[in-house]
Design a protein around this ligand. Sequence first.
Ligand code: FES
Ligand SMILES: [Fe+2]
Length: 441
Amino acid sequence: MTYTNEQIGALVEPARLHRSIYTDPEIFELEMERIWGSAWIFIGHESQVPNPGDYYTLNITHKIPVVMVRDRQGEVHVLHNRCAHKGAKLVDTRCGNARAFRCCYHGWTFNTDGSLLKIPNEGGYEGTGFDIKDPANNMQKVAQYEIYRGFVFATLDADAPDLKTWMGGAIDCFDNLCDRAPEGEVEVAGGVLRYEHDCNWKMFLENLNDTMHPMVTHQSVVQAAEDYIATLPEDAVDQRAEAEIIPPFGASYEVFEDSGITGFEFGHHYDGGKTSIHADYTVIPAYGKAMVDAYGEERTKEIFSFNTHNTLYYPSLTIKTAIQNIRVVRPIAVDKCIVETWSFRLKGAPDEMLQRTLLYSRLINSSASMVGPDDLEAYMRIQAGNADTSSNWIEMYRQFGKDQELEDRTVGGGTSDLDMRTQYGAWRNYMTGAYRQGEAA
Ligand code: FES
Ligand SMILES: [Fe+2]
């Protein structure tokens, strides 16, 4: 069927969702065009391309290839990965370093800022009216790209609001992630975990601040970790530090309720703030000292007292400020996506901090970990169950009607469905064109 805007709008009610948003390939194609083709999408971190000529490739939607590249002057660009001649994808490796990009087909060659450098046997164009200098013969720049504290975002929509406006109050979490570095900057470290999920891309995002699931889904691993901790002698400091990462996933409904959820325009949200399940990690003394030396006692306290668990920048990026992990979703098809985990080094912090970040990633996010695969099992079952037609609706009623509307944000209980309602409010606005027409509900 071809959906009208009215029909699309009817799939998302204030507290219910129609199951077809997870199963209909036509809805998926519309999402790629209207959400992923319009929102700011996370591309990468500039530390992935530290030197002139360094590049990194990816798809900005399910099928539009782009390349993030640092040009010879040191500026980072996000370019369409398409040869201006007959459209061949120019760069076919994930990452590397190039003096220029040379097309595999007829050898058109482009500078690292995208400008056309050379066409072989150029004389054939003389007197034909073909203008080699026409910018249309360059690799095209993505409509807008911006860097915020080293994080590179791009949007295919020339009319999208600027990145900071789009992030709104959720920008505080980005600042907190970077401010946790004594030098105020982070850099990618320790590689990437990348694995394919057999489910719709939205399930990963919905799970992020779904605080009603950990005590159920992760019960077995929490129990196993607690049993293990009970066997540890007093002086097993290292083992204890590792094991203490797991039990917070079994925190009670009350703990999660108290941490609260905060939602923003454009679908962003975070849980925690005053406190989160990451609030009680032991501060490594050398790290504490480096922070106080850099910021002073008071500011350091302030930075550590903003404790969020997960933040979503809808639709592509999720960050854990206190852990320095980010996870990125890349849709492939209606029932397939890739989730990547990247880890960051806090510049100026002792190495133990990065070790903890990587440990967290291995224990929680890796496909061979003890927590992430529990979630993946649930996503795959939701995908399978929603093929069934006995019921068309999925509810998001928890604490509905109790959300508190503040000037630039909505706040509510930590076990509410505020996160779902925030995401799907944005989904509806993107999908029906309401943002574009200034009619966002
Ligand atoms: S398609 Fe690239 S040079 Fe012809
Ligand atoms: Fe989970």
